[in-house]
Ligand binder design. Structure first.
Ligand SMILES: Nc1ncnc2c1ncn2[C@@H]1O[C@H](COP(=O)(O)OP(=O)(O)OP(=O)(O)O)[C@@H](O)[C@H]1O
Ligand SMILES: [Mg+2]
Length: 265
């Protein structure tokens, strides 16, 4: 749903839609410095896992637009949109699909009345290194780095399992996910490892807490299998959205809004 209002500046008619798109694109490239390289390479290549790629490109609505819209109006404009967890072997196209889907979806977030999300993309290796280095000096730079990732409208963490997880790094990542889940801010994550294997990358109690949060916040897409059944995967994702992002989210929000008068603490 684009707003094609026009403004006249110095005799020139400028489409506000064009200006907003320009700002959106500029910010996207500024905050996702590697996006250009992936998007350019994708222009000359073909998806390694076409079925998975097509499914990723349906994000974030996954054909659940009517249900999400209905909830959106019922609960006064606050609707949870699911994140993405793309897992699978190296070279299967996870990062490329993520960047293509994020770029494509920016307009649809706006049409969903959530504003255009500021996107920050970060490689987990770099995030871990920055946390380790900046935490030694502390101060504003460290806080700004963490706050940027915590508060951005959409956070893309590439290759989550590749960071060097010191106690400080894993505790900051836990904190980050915890905050974003509470604030209903989506994350997109790629990783070679999933489930128990991913848990084992962290210390015991932190690993399950992080993986559980990712499970709640994201819909998973498995890039490992060439014979991927897109229709079955889409049906499973829709089921998860209805269960985790509509039903439960509704109940929680109703409680916060004081509408769940039958519930007791
Ligand atoms: N949708 C796509 N369209 C065109 N090319 C693609 C697409 N997906 C992947 N490719 C190409 O396949 C190669 C591997 O993709 P990519 O780096 O995204 O894989 P990955 O799963 O993120 O790997 P890793 O786990 O090592 O990070 C790249 O050369 C990329 O350009
Ligand atoms: Mg990658």
């Amino acid at each position: 749903m684009q707003n094609h209002t026009t403004a006249s500046i110095a005799g020139k008619t400028i489409s506000q839609t064009d200006r907003k798109e320009e700002i959106r694109d500029r910010k996207f490239h500024e905050h996702c410095p590697l996006a250009d390289a992936y998007l350019r390479k994708a222009e000359t290549g073909t998806p390694v896992r076409p079925e998975q790629h097509r499914l990723v490109m349906r994000w974030p609505m996954f054909d659940c637009i009517e249900e999400l819209q209905a909830e959106h109006w019922e609960f006064g404009g606050s609707t949870l949109l699911p994140g993405l967890l793309l897992h699978g072997a190296s070279g299967t196209g996870k990062t490329t699909s993520a960047y293509l889907a994020i770029r494509e979806s920016l307009e649809c977030w706006r049409s969903f009345h959530k504003g255009i999300p500021d996107v920050i993309a970060v490689r987990a290796v770099e995030m871990g290194r920055n946390i380790s280095e900046l935490s030694r000096t502390g101060g504003d730079e460290f806080q700004d780095f963490l706050t940027g990732m915590a508060c951005t409208g959409l956070l893309f963490i590439d290759d989550l399992d590749k960071a060097r997880f010191t106690p400080r790094v894993e505790s900051e990542i836990f904190d980050l996910l915890e905050y974003r889940e509470k604030q209903e801010l989506a994350v997109v994550v790629t990783t070679n490892l999933k489930g128990r294997e991913l848990e084992k990358m962290f210390s015991r109690h932190v690993g399950s807490a992080i993986v559980n949060r990712l499970r709640r916040m994201c819909v998973p897409i498995d890039f490992d299998h060439a014979g991927f059944d897109q229709a079955a995967a889409l049906a499973a994702i829709q089921e998860k959205i209805r269960h985790d992002f509509l039903t439960e989210a509704n109940a929680n929000r109703a409680w916060h809004l004081g509408q769940a008068d039958t519930a007791s603490p």
